[in-house]
Design a protein around this ligand. Structure first.
Ligand code: ZN
Length: 238
C-alpha cells in the first residue's frame, strides 16, 4: 500500500507516502511539479487531507522519494518549547497562558502510550532466565501532568510539568485550506493537534539545533497560505 509518483528529473517511479501522509515529498517539490502521476494529481482534489515532509535544511538537495525515514511523519521532528514572553497580564507563570492551556487540553484528549520494560534475569534451573521481567504501559500526556483524579492510584505518569517533548512533525492544510503544522509527542510519537502559522510564533525551537528548521517551517506555512489564496483555493479574508 502507498502513494506513488514519477519523478520529473529522471522518470523513476518513487514512493511519496501512504494514505495522504507524504513522507518522501515536500510541499515545494509537489507545487513545483517535480513529481507527476495519478497520486500526485489526486492531491489537488484532497489537499486538506494531505501532509508533507518538513523542510529540513540538511535535506534541501534530496530528490522526492530519496529521503530517509526517521519515524514520526518521515523527517526528524523539529522540537519546540513554549515561548515564555507570552504571559497573561498579572500572571507571571507561562504555564497558564491560553495557548499552553489549549495545547494541554489537546494533549489530554489525545493520550498516548509509553512501553516500559525491565528484565529481571530470574535464576532458574542453574541459569538466569533472561525473559523474565516486568512489562508495563504508562499513559503519555506528552509532558503534561495529569490531575489527581486521572490517576486515583492506579496509573503511572510524569512527575512534573515538562512539555519539552512537543515537536513539529509535518505540514499540511486544514479543512478550510489554512496552512497548518502537526504538533506531536517526541516520547510516544502520537499526533496531538494542528497549529496555524500565528500559533507557531507561540512556540520557539527547543535548542539552537532546531532554529533553522523551525523558521524554515514557519516561512513555508506563510508561503502555503499565500499559495492557497493566489490559486483561489482559499477565499481571501477581508
Ligand atoms: Zn506522548
Amino acid at each position: 500500500m502507498g502513494d506513488y509518483a514519477y519523478r520529473k528529473c529522471d522518470g523513476q517511479e518513487i514512493k511519496i507516502g501512504t494514505c495522504g501522509v507524504n513522507y518522501y515529498l515536500t510541499f515545494d517539490q509537489w507545487v513545483n511539479g517535480e513529481v507527476w502521476g495519478k497520486d500526485a494529481r489526486l492531491m489537488n482534489k484532497n489537499l486538506e487531507r494531505q501532509s508533507f515532509r518538513l523542510p529540513i535544511e540538511e535535506e534541501k538537495d534530496i530528490l522526492p522519494g530519496d529521503f530517509d525515514f526517521h519515524g514520526f511523519d518521515g523527517a526528524d521532528p523539529v522540537r519546540v518549547f513554549f515561548r515564555k514572553e507570552y504571559v497573561d497580564e498579572g500572571n507571571r507563570d507561562y504555564r497558564y497562558t491560553p495557548f499552553v492551556k489549549e495545547i494541554r487540553k489537546y494533549c489530554f484528549e489525545n493520550k498516548g502510550q509509553l512501553a516500559m520494560t525491565k528484565k529481571l534475569g530470574k535464576y532458574r534451573f542453574g541459569d538466569f532466565e533472561e525473559g523474565t521481567g516486568i512489562y508495563a504501559y504508562a499513559p503519555c500526556y506528552h509532558g503534561f501532568v495529569a490531575d489527581k483524579d486521572e490517576f486515583k492510584g492506579k496509573n503511572f505518569g510524569y512527575n512534573g510539568f515538562n512539555p519539552h517533548v512537543l515537536c513539529i512533525t509535518s505540514v499540511g492544510f486544514s479543512s478550510t485550506m489554512e496552512a497548518v503544522a502537526t504538533v506531536s509527542c517526541y516520547a510516544c510519537e502520537k499526533h496531538i493537534c494542528m497549529v496555524g502559522v500565528d500559533e507557531m510564533y507561540q512556540f520557539r525551537p527547543l535548542t539552537s539545533n532546531y532554529e533553522q528548521d523551525f523558521w524554515n517551517t514557519v516561512n513555508l506555512l506563510h508561503r502555503m497560505n499565500r499559495w492557497a489564496v493566489e490559486t483561489g483555493r482559499k477565499r481571501q479574508e477581508v
